[in-house]
Design a protein around this ligand. Structure first.
Ligand SMILES: C[S@@+](CC[C@H](N)C(=O)[O-])C[C@H]1O[C@@H](n2cnc3c(N)ncnc32)[C@H](O)[C@@H]1O
Length: 297
């Protein structure tokens, strides 16, 4: 009631115990992607695969040529990753590949030619971690003009921009490999499981379609669909394909300026770049009656 002193919040002992354990969990949960990255760098999924699909920590220490003194630590890492759903733990004390770790075996390619390990190595890289650690400073800063992302603020370069290529060509390539890996992996199951999305469709523009992997898969599955891939000139310049290849056409441009007309627009792994205001502007570039076929992220 107005004027009445607010009751001061005092947690119960049960709540305090729960809160303290949640605090530990939240403070340390960044170790899960770090452990995943460590397992990928060590080659654990590939070693399990080569050992027949299941392996004990000691078999892995031998297979990976790790010092024997690291056995208890590797056992902990495996336990942690099994708890996180990366491997499956068996009653016999071994660890098996599951669908997630299967993706991380060397040579495994899902619906294309990209290695999924790039996703782990890019997302759990020092670039992403440092950007995340810069968030509090970023919040405090009052920027003149457009607000950069924390990544751009910390590194002075933006993902998918020329600045990133200049800063660290290897990391830039890894980020592109990660996107290609996602692109290869994501579209196969969508095409197989959501056939109705594409039924009756004759033309489609894939905005921010990268090197056209998605568009080529769509056309392979639905040869009657005419696909146009729109991406920025710096991306299109690297696409070593003719401007038109069968039913796929490649167009250089900025989707905020012009979107090649089509019955439907695909935005896959693109929307997260922009604010709601930007997205509104984007919508204004589209011809009336255009449908969104799909909008992931
Ligand atoms: C995360 S990638 C997604 C690529 C692809 N759609 C996929 O699913 O893997 C985002 C793409 O959007 C492109 N992009 C960013 N801003 C753009 C713009 N203003 N106009 C056109 N493409 C843009 C980037 O160059 C990049 O290729």
């Amino acid at each position: 009631m107005a004027g009445q002193a607010e009751k001061v919040f005092v947690p119960t002992d049960d709540e305090l115990l729960q809160a303290q354990s949640d605090l530990w969990r939240h403070s340390l949960c960044y170790l899960t992607p770090m452990s995943l990255r460590c397992a990928v760098d060590l080659g654990v999924p590939t070693a399990i695969h080569r050992l027949g699909g299941a392996a004990s920590p000691s078999e892995l220490v031998a297979a990976l040529s790790l010092p024997a003194s690291k056995l208890p630590f590797l056992a902990r890492l495996l336990r942690q990753l099994a708890t996180a759903g990366v491997f499956s733990a068996t009653d016999a004390g071994t660890y098996r590949l599951n669908p997630l770790s299967y993706l991380l075996v060397d040579g495994v390619r899902i619906d294309g030619d990209a290695s999924q390990t790039a996703i782990v190595r890019a997302a759990a890289s020092r670039y992403y971690v440092e950007a995340a650690m810069g968030m509090a400073d970023w919040f405090r800063k009052d920027f003149d003009g457009p607000v950069p992302s924390p990544f751009e603020d910390v590194h002075g370069a933006a993902i998918f921009e020329e600045s990133m290529t200049l800063l660290d060509p290897e990391m830039d390539q890894l980020i592109h490999d990660a996107v290609a890996a996602h692109d290869h992996m994501g579209i196969g199951p969508v095409l197989r499981q959501c056939r109705e999305l594409f039924e009756g469709l004759e033309s489609l523009t894939d905005c921010g379609g990268g090197d056209g992997t998605t568009a080529r898969s769509i056309v392979e599955a639905y040869p009657h669909i005419k696909c146009t891939v729109l991406d920025l000139p710096k991306v299109m310049d690297k696409v070593l394909l003719p401007a038109e290849e069968g039913a796929v056409k490649y167009v250089s441009g900025d989707l905020f300026h012009v979107v090649p007309p089509a019955q439907a627009v695909l935005l896959k792994l693109v929307l997260h770049f922009w604010s709601d205001e930007d997205r509104f502007l984007q919508g204004q570039c589209w011809k009336p009656n255009t449908s969104w076929i799909c909008s992931c992220w």
